[in-house]
Design a protein around this ligand. Structure first.
Ligand code: XMP
Length: 518
């Protein structure tokens, strides 16, 4: 691989992959390496630059991850972010201390404009305004930078929000430039990658497809692969890449889990026929609904759906004879929210495509999209010739409508939610909002409230409308849908869906809420 490369050393931040992803956005190839990678190995890889990620620990904690101190002597530019900054300061003789006022969330950063240090380190802040709103997440700060470093920026609560030793190519930021909430964050990373490291942007999504294909071919080495299709973009793109790599050694399998949307199964069948992907279709809806009967707890629902999926899948896969590999369209946000990488990040939801896989499946996993975010998968999909309507399809979770019916999942409630959801989809599309939204859907709240219809008292369910904008599903904001559109959705639902007399609009962002209700 001859691309210019920036190595990202991972100190356990939720945002490490986001750094890699931003670099890809800048057409720079990156690899994520363990925090303590020996400097000699790094030198041998000849990176254009190195980024030290954030992390949940304090540099003074026992067992806090450290980098090889010789890293700073290699001559490759280094950018420390948050924990990475503190580690750089600590290692090079500066002082790191608990911040009197911790910063989590938005903070204002002021560049030390006009002063000579600013000018000397200006390359990383080229074209960035003097005041920027950033995303911070730290309890410690740099009280005194190491010798030879200049302070490039301050914030109200931190005397050193950015520092650099320009001659040594060492830069550090206390905030997260990789997060969408940091104004001009991508420009700061571009300044580092292009301005400081000298990258020219020689990597594309087409290179990703080539490399992923080659990697799968090498991993699978003539074995047979079965791909669990969800009907969505991710697993379809995964299947297309694998098909490209191993041809008819691939069999795709689609399981109807009984919690799909209106007409979804038949649409999926037609689509895969068009794509000419070899497909086995299994209708297991009754089995899933039987096992879900009486279950209320969201995590149990997820676990049951995951486990049942595996049961069905395993039984069907057995009919195919010897299969060595299981392919899935797992994306990075699924991974980060389901596993704790350094043992620090809390489990938020067990995503069914990752968490449910029991040890007993003796197939090895093939996950070509594991490092990508949704919009990157869409770009890959376009490269592989998928039609635009399908590519911009909103994500739909593996546990389907089961996590959008609060409480027990029953056939009646499913029928009701399917109709309400179809109304939402129809109106959102008609109004031209569909592609602008990350997701838009209906949620059934089986609490009853009093209403009046045609002079009669009613006592029926509530439907909540969820519509969010997001870049990658990691954070999201509720969409400011026009009131007229909401009004049409509301009146159609109460008129067309029996059993619902109230419609509400969810105005929560993520965090602190999540996108799905369960
Ligand atoms: P939350 O609700 O955690 O969802 O904010 C983030 C994104 O992930 C989708 N999601 C899932 N996708 N299997 C999936 O394939 C799952 O179990 C699952 N749970 C949530 C959700 O729709 C949103 O886009």
């Amino acid at each position: 691989m001859n691309h210019q490369t920036i190595l990202v050393l991972d100190f356990g931040s939720q945002y490490t992959q986001l750094i890699a992803r931003r670099l890809r956005e800048l057409s720079v190839y990156s690899e994520i390496w363990p925090p303590d990678a020996p400097a000699e190995k790094i030198r041998a890889r000849r990176p254009s630059g190195v980024i030290l990620s954030g992390g949940p620990k304090s540099v003074s904690d026992a067992g806090a991850p450290k980098c090889d101190p010789a890293l700073f002597e290699l001559g490759s530019p280094v950018l420390g972010i948050c924990y990475g900054m503190q580690l750089m300061a600590h290692t090079l003789g500066g002082q790191v201390a608990p911040a009197p006022q911790r910063e989590f969330g938005h903070a204002m950063v002021t560049l030390t404009s006009g002063s000579s240090p600013r000018v000397r380190g200006a390359d990383i802040f080229a074209d960035v305004p003097t005041e920027i709103r950033v995303w911070a997440s730290h309890g410690d700060f740099v009280a005194r930078p190491p010798a030879g470093f200049s302070v490039l920026a301050t914030s109200v609560n931190a005397p050193v929000a950015a520092m650099a030793h320009v001659d040594r190519g060492l830069y550090a930021l206390l905030f997260h430039p990789e997060v969408a909430h940091t104004e001009r964050g991508l420009e700061i990373l571009r300044n580092f990658a292009y301005g400081v490291c000298g990258c020219t942007g020689d990597w594309t999504m087409a290179s990703f497809v080539e490399e992923a294909t080659a990697k799968i071919r090498a991993q699978v080495a003539g074995g047979r692969v079965v791909c669990a299709l969800s009907g969505g973009v991710d697993s379809t793109v995964a299947a297309l890449i694998i098909h490209r790599a191993v041809g008819d050694k691939l069999t795709c399998m689609f399981v109807d889990n009984g919690v799909l949307r209106l007409d979804e199964a038949s649409q999926i069948l037609k689509r895969f026929e068009r794509l000419k992907l070899p497909l086995v279709f299994v209708d297991a809806s009754n089995l899933f609904l039987d096992r879900l009967a009486g279950v209320i707890d969201p995590e149990r629902k997820r676990k049951i759906i995951g486990a049942t999926f595996i049961d069905v899948f395993e039984a069907e896969a057995a009919k195919l004879g010897d299969v060595d590999f299981l392919a899935q369209g797992t994306l990075y946000p699924d991974v980060i929210e389901s596993v704790s990488i350094v043992g620090q990040s809390a489990l938020i939801k067990s995503h069914h495509n990752v968490g449910g896989l029991p040890e007993r499946m003796r197939m090895k996993l093939v996950e070509p999209l594991r490092e990508l975010f949704k919009d990157e998968v869409r770009q890959v999909g376009r490269k592989l010739g998928l039609d635009e309507e399908f590519v911009v399809r909103q994500p739909f979770p593996g546990p389907g409508l089961a996590v959008r019916i609060l409480g027990e999942v029953t056939p009646d409630r499913l029928a009701l939610l399917r109709r309400a959801d179809a109304v939402v989809a129809d109106e959102i599309r008609r109004d031209g909002w569909y592609a602008r939204l990350w997701q838009s859907f209906a949620v059934l709240l089986p609490v009853q409230s009093v209403g009046v219809m045609g002079d009669e008292r009613t006592y029926e369910y509530t439907v909540a409308i969820r519509a969010v904008e997001s870049r990658d599903g990691m954070t999201a904001d509720w969409a400011r849908l026009p009131h007229d559109l909401l009004a049409r959705i509301s009146s159609r639902i109460v008129n067309e869906v029996r059993g619902v007399n109230r419609v509400v609009y969810d105005i929560s962002s993520k965090p602190p809420s999540t996108i799905e209700w369960e």
